[in-house]
Every structure is written in C-alpha cells, then in structure tokens.
Write a protein that binds this ligand. Sequence first.
Ligand code: GLU
Length: 359
Amino acid sequence: MLRKLRIVVKVGSNVLTRNDGKPNVTNMSSLVDQIACLRNSGHEVILVSSGAVACGRGALTTTRTLDAVAQRQLFSSIGQIRLINLYNSLFAEYGYVVGQVLTQKENFSSRTSYLNQRSCMQTMLENGVIPIVNENDTASLTELMFTDNDELSGLIAAMMDADLLVILSNVDGIYDGNPNDPSSRLIEKVMPGEDVSASVVASKSGFGRGGMGTKCGIARKLSEEGVKVIIARGNRPGVLVDLIETPETTPHTEFVPRTESLSNIKRWIAHSGSFAKGVIKVDENAATALRSDRAVSLLPVGVVGIDGEWEEGDIVTLTTASGCVIGVGRASLGSSDVAAMIGRRGERPVIHYDYLFIE
Ligand code: GLU
C-alpha cells in the first residue's frame, strides 16, 4: 500500500498551450486524467498551472501594439478564465471540484499573509477541492514578480509542507550535456548538496518564463528543506501516475531530500530573502558557528556591521564581513538596537536559531 502523499504538480505554458496560443486540450485532458487518478488513490494534489498569458495571446488580436506589461496584464486576464474553465469542466467529468488561487509575491512577504494563504489552501484540501494556482499577472508589479512559475511552485510546496513537487518540463529531466545530443545522459538522482548546475544547458523555449537553470535552483533549495523534487517530461503519456507508482521505469531526475526536514517557519524564511529590509554582517567565528550542524543563534558579539533599517520581526540577510551571503533570518531586534549592541557580549540573540536559515 503506497503512502498517501501531498503532491504539488507544476506544469508550464509549453505543455498547456499550442504554438498558436490555443489551449492544448489533449495535454490538459491527459494531465487532468492523471491528477484524478492520483486523487482516486488517496493522494492530495495542488496544481500550479501557467498558460494564462499564452492562452490569452491566442484569443485576441490587439488594435495597437502594447508594451510588455500591458500585454501580460491583458492576455493573462483573458487567458486565465479560459484555462480555469477548461480545467473546471475536465475535472467535473471525474466529479472533482477545483478552486482558483491567484497569488502575488507580496503575499509571501509577511508571515500573516503567508499563513492566511496557507490556511485558505489547507481548507480547500480538507474539503476535497483541487487548488489550481497561478500568479495574478494582472496585478503583479514587474519588479516584484516570481521569477517564473517554477519559483511559485517551490514556494507553494514549501508552504503547504508537500511531500513531493513534480515539475513537468519539455524534457525528461536534467542531462549531463545538451538534451538534444544523443550522447547526453539523464541524471537520475541528485543528492542533497550536490551541484549539477554545470550540466544545465541554458536553453529556454516557447512561451514560459522559466528555464532548466531556475528549475534546478528551486529543486536544490527544496530538497535542502526536506521536500523531494522530480523533474520529468510533461507530455510523456501517464507520466504523473507512473512517477508515483513505477518510478524505477519512468525517466526523470529526482532531487533527493535531506532527511531532517525544516520547520514551516524556517521554510518561509528560506524563501524570503528577496523581502529583506537590511543586512547583518557577521565575523568569521560567527559564520563558522552558524554554518555548523549545531543549533546556534546569532548574538551581538558576532556582528561586525549592519546596513539598512528594520524593525523587530522583519527579514534580514546575513553576510560575512566581505559581503558573501550566508543566510536569511527574522530579526528579534530592530536595526537601531542591533547597531547599539555590535560586538557586545552577554546580550540576547539578534536572530534566534528557530528563525534562521543558513544556505
Ligand atoms: N503566470 C504566467 C502565465 O500564466 C506564466 C509564468 C511562467 O511562464 O512561469 O502565463
């Protein structure tokens, strides 16, 4: 009997739309068939689906040339309804109810909005609803967008304490060379801490924003946090079900997770680096202690300098004196208090271990 899993499935525009910008109904139906099958086996599934912009593009000819932001907003507003309508009717065939979650990067910036979003999706799952998540492209600010839906899927998988994130791509996984070169070999397993970025050929195709480089970065990060990540080919027939039931005969790359998984708050902090309000620079002794396997908090004695202004509870970046990033944390003291305590012994922690993520 297989364990019941909470699975986040990320599928990109290239799998969901045709070259003419129409939804790829064949691929979408096959995806829905497989998710329904996983649900019938008792697994929970959250779908992170791109394709709004690509679908909208195929539905409308604009009267004048629009800039990139206006295009994204307009096309996503049209395409998102089409996508969700199609999902809704395809899942209804199996008797499953879907719910739409449109989100933005800001929703991950404060712990309150993060927990609010989490509890919404938790309630959906508890009630048997399949959440279908996408970025709210009509409202997102260009400078504060997810890099792509790969990043979004990583945030969702970490937030929802998923057992597995499956990123469906247009190749079988990560190769040790160019995937089009017949001598390249599929890398089947990436161990925690292993760096395969040198093997990733910077290739980006079609409509989506993501590439294998970001997929790989997200996968490494999640596996460090204790979430298993699989990259596989989205249009391989039956791929999702096969990955769960017969993984040994299904081509894919697996990022093996660390056995000790991070607490949810540490996971949130791990993904919050882009919201940092300031920087705390630490000396070599502190950097070594923080990087060790021990549960170490950052004390004022290890701080050599700060940049920026923040309040208690804000996210800050930790660097060495020379500026090399070592982690992210939630400050227990505001920047003025920290400034007054730099280098002092016997003070309370600047960042407590429970609110610290070391990269
Ligand atoms: N949110 C975008 C869309 O639905 C896709 C972003 C991406 O390509 O990763 O079109």
